[in-house]
Design a binder for this molecule. Structure first.
Ligand SMILES: C[S@@+](CC[C@H](N)C(=O)[O-])C[C@H]1O[C@@H](n2cnc3c(N)ncnc32)[C@H](O)[C@@H]1O
Length: 212
């Protein structure tokens, strides 16, 4: 059984044609796709409260007095709500869809862009939507440009992130994520989620990315 699993995993790694990036015709197609996907799933919440409580504990332990955090790609805004429940700090969310205005502490914003006031001014960034980036390298650079010297980005990865689709344009394996991060940044920790709730087969990890 173990050998069979290993063979399947090697095969997937070598021959999976859907690792990498989905190619959109242009930015409009990307944005329209994301907005349509957001509206179709507007009642769904992917993020788990247990994971956010777990990450809040980690943040408390590793950042002495955090003041400002950003969550990217937040749909109903539950992650910023829960971070603020567990941490005495301001946390906002970005969401590309105009539905952003319906949810507290959420701004309509493409997370590939950066506001001047965010540069080197954010204690942590959390996202379970990195796989929605159409240019992940540049996206990580943008996010890291916001992170304070001692802060970090938290990228959520599950084995559902390996293949790209039109809606989730970046498909990357656990190893692909590690490689991408380590090219320029320090991979401070990889945390295993305490909660692999809905799918027993789904493994969730958090990559903690800090400055070198
Ligand atoms: C997989 S969903 C996750 C939603 C939410 N974090 C949750 O756990 O329920 C990805 C979300 O990211 C948003 N999104 C996609 N591309 C984005 C971008 N470039 N900037 C900001 N938000 C984006 C989508 O509209 C969608 O609501």
């Amino acid at each position: 059984m173990k050998t069979l699993k290993r063979i399947i995993s090697i095969y997937r790694r070598l021959f999976n044609p859907k690792r990498g990036l989905y190619k959109y015709k242009n930015y409009k197609e990307y944005k329209d796709t994301q907005i349509k996907g957001n509206k179709n799933k507007i009642d769904e919440v992917w993020v788990s409260k247990k994971n956010i409580r777990f990450l809040a504990k980690y943040i408390k332990k590793n950042i002495p007095s955090p003041e400002f955090g950003i969550c990217h790609g937040t749909r109903r805004g539950k992650e910023q709500e829960w971070f603020m429940k567990y941490l005495p700090m301001e946390v906002i969310g970005t969401e590309i869809s105009p539905t952003a205005t319906e949810f507290p502490n959420t701004i309509q914003w493409d997370f590939h862009d950066v506001k001047k006031e965010w540069i080197s001014n954010v204690d942590f960034i959390y996202s379970n939507s990195f796989d929605h980036s159409y240019k992940p390298r540049e996206c990580l650079d943008t996010w890291m440009s916001c992170i304070k010297k001692k802060g970090f980005c938290i990228l959520e990865w599950t084995n559902g992130h390996v293949e790209y689709t039109k809606l989730d344009p970046f498909g990357g394996s656990f190893k692909d994520y590690k490689k991408l991060i380590k090219k320029k940044y320090n991979l401070k920790d990889i945390l295993k989620s305490p909660n692999n709730r809905f799918y027993k087969l789904k493994k969730t990890y958090f990559f903690i990315v800090s400055h070198k």
